[in-house]
Ligand binder design. Structure first.
Ligand SMILES: C[S@@+](CC[C@H](N)C(=O)[O-])C[C@H]1O[C@@H](n2cnc3c(N)ncnc32)[C@H](O)[C@@H]1O
Length: 230
C-alpha cells in the first residue's frame, strides 16, 4: 500500500511546489487525454448532468470535478489518495457549489460510502492503478441503474508498447520531474480485456476511444472507455 502512495505523494508535492494553492475559475471544458482541449469532454458522462451525483476516483487538483459542478450543475465528489492533492483541490475550487473533495483510497471510499452515483469516472486516476477485479466490482455496486462508468488510462500501446496478455499488473512509472520517475504497478489492458472484467461485474462497454493527437502523437496516448450498468 505504501509503495502505491509514495509516488503519488511525490507527484503531488512537486505539483504543489510548482503552482500556488489559490482560488481558480473552473476550466471551460473537461478532458480525458494528455492534451488540454483535445478529444471528448463531459458529454461522455451523459447529456444532462444537472443535479446528477458524480464521483471522481483520483481527482488530483480537482479541475474536472470543478468543471462538472460549475458548468453542468452536477453534485461532484472528488476522491484522492493524497491529502496534499485534496488540499490543493479545495483551495482551487472549494468555493464552487457542488464540488466536494475527500481524502481516501478509491476502493475504501467506495466500500465505506452508502451513497450511489449516476456516474463514476477516473481521468488517469485510480482505475488502472487498483486491482480491477476489486475496484470495478466496488464501482458497479455504487452505480445507480443505468449509471455510467467512464475512465481514461495511459494507452496500453503507447510508445510502441503492447497490452498485457494476462490479468496481472505491470511495473510502470509516475513522472515526478524531468529527472525523477518513480515505479508503481499499473494494469495495462486493451479494451477487450477491460470489457471482460467489466462484464463480470454486470457492466457493459458502450464506447471505446483511442486518443492520438494527429499532429503531436506518433502513437495513441490514451484509452477512454465508457460502460453502463445493464
Ligand atoms: C495522474 S493524476 C490525475 C489527476 C486528475 N484526475 C487529473 O486528471 O488532473 C492521478 C491521481 O490519482 C490519485 N490516485 C492514485 N491512486 C489512487 C487510489 N488508489 N485512490 C484514489 N486516488 C488515487 C493520485 O494521488 C493522483 O492525484
Amino acid at each position: 500500500m505504501l509503495a502505491q502512495i509514495l509516488p503519488w505523494y511525490a507527484h503531488a508535492a512537486q505539483r504543489t511546489a510548482a503552482a500556488p494553492a489559490q482560488a481558480l475559475t473552473a476550466p471551460a471544458r473537461m478532458g480525458w487525454s494528455t492534451h488540454v482541449g483535445f478529444g471528448p469532454g463531459a458529454e461522455i458522462l451523459g447529456r444532462d448532468l444537472r443535479g446528477k451525483r458524480l464521483l471522481e476516483l483520483g481527482c488530483g487538483p480537482g479541475h474536472n470535478a470543478a468543471h462538472l459542478a460549475k458548468h453542468h450543475q452536477a453534485q461532484v465528489t472528488g476522491v484522492d489518495l493524497v491529502g496534499l492533492q485534496v488540499r490543493r483541490a479545495r483551495s482551487h475550487y472549494g468555493h464552487i457549489d457542488g464540488a466536494n473533495f475527500a481524502v481516501g483510497h478509491a476502493l475504501h471510499h467506495l466500500q465505506a460510502t452508502e451513497q450511489t452515483f449516476d456516474a463514476i469516472y477516473s481521468v488517469f486516476g485510480a482505475v488502472g492503478l487498483v486491482a480491477p477485479e476489486l475496484l470495478l466490482a466496488a464501482i458497479a455496486r455504487r452505480l445507480n441503474p443505468g449509471g455510467v462508468l467512464a475512465f481514461s488510462v495511459p494507452h496500453p500501446a503507447r510508445a510502441g508498447r503492447h497490452p498485457s496478455t494476462d490479468d496481472h499488473a505491470r511495473e510502470s512509472h509516475v513522472t515526478v520531474s524531468d529527472l525523477i520517475r518513480l515505479p508503481l504497478a499499473r494494469w495495462e489492458f486493451d479494451a477487450h480485456r477491460w470489457g471482460a472484467h467489466l462484464s463480470r461485474t454486470g457492466l457493459r462497454i458502450t464506447s471505446t476511444v483511442d486518443l492520438r493527437h494527429p499532429r503531436l502523437d506518433p502513437w495513441p496516448t490514451t484509452l477512454l472507455i465508457t460502460a453502463r450498468t445493464r
